[in-house]
Ligand binder design. Structure first.
Ligand code: 4G4
Length: 228
């Protein structure tokens, strides 16, 4: 998979692209990511990328020309052009699963008050939001979306880790424990030491349901309806 990120702050992505699992996935060529500066596509003397809003009001908008040229420079027949925006459809595990099947994504990071509507209409295929809150720019949402997708690509996580039932099944993860067996006087649940795989599976399923019922009423009700 190729991911192009269009941003006014490509250096924002350096720790993301060089650290831990994502850094390793790039190193192993399981994903190719390039963060490009939209300002490089501003052709006027001052390399201007923002301007006032027609109709007035506070704040600035990103000018259409540099952004359109940046998208056109990266575009391909297979590319899905995504704009990270508070107005987008909400990112879910199902959406990450779907996008992980693509060969080329172009992620557009907005700044100021957003981008000119004509670029959205002519070049953006999907608007995606990572949640109902406002951030100063689309860079963190682009990293969140990239991370959710890259961990699903073949070979990036250990065998089976990305197939985990949690959230994809509509339930939260069950509680997990590692060594030591006793920590601050608290024992690991007995069943996990039993070696009885059926009993462990049943316990985890039950715990997932209890956890979801307690913490996420919305997911719990959806799960109940699905299993009616
Ligand atoms: C587009 C329009 C995404 C992009 C306006 C982006 C939150 C999200 C931006 C803006 C973002 C999200 C500057 C308000 C950049 N904030 N929820 N900010 N703003 O995914």
């Amino acid at each position: 998979m190729k991911i192009d990120i269009l941003t006014l702050f490509p250096e924002f992505f350096t720790p993301f692209l060089t650290t831990s699992i994502i850094g390793r996935a790039i190193e192993a060529e399981q994903v190719h990511i390039e963060a490009s500066n939209i300002r490089d596509f501003a052709y006027d003397k001052h390399k201007r990328v923002d301007d006032y809003c027609f109709g007035g009001g506070p704040g600035m908008l990103m000018k259409p020309e540099p952004l359109a040229r940046a998208i056109d420079d990266k575009n391909s027949d297979e590319a899905i052009v995504i704009f990270l925006s508070p107005k987008g459809e909400l990112l879910t595990q199902a959406l990450a699963d779907e996008l992980a099947l693509s060969s080329h994504l172009i992620l557009v990071c907005g700044h100021y008050e957003g981008i000119d509507q004509r670029v959205i209409d002519s070049r953006i295929h999907r608007e995606i939001s990572i949640g109902d809150y406002v951030l100063t720019g689309g860079e963190l949402p682009a990293m969140v979306l990239s991370d959710a997708i890259i961990r699903l690509l073949p070979g990036v996580l250990g065998e089976g880790s990305a197939d985990d039932e949690s959230l994809r099944s509509g339930l939260l993860e069950y509680p997990q424990y590692t060594r030591p067996r006793v920590f601050e006087g608290i024992e690991v649940p007995e069943v996990l030491l039993s070696g009885n795989h059926k009993a462990i599976d049943d316990w985890r399923k039950e715990q997932s349901i209890l956890e979801t019922k307690e913490k996420r009423q919305d997911l719990y009700e959806k799960h109940q309806n699905k299993n009616k």
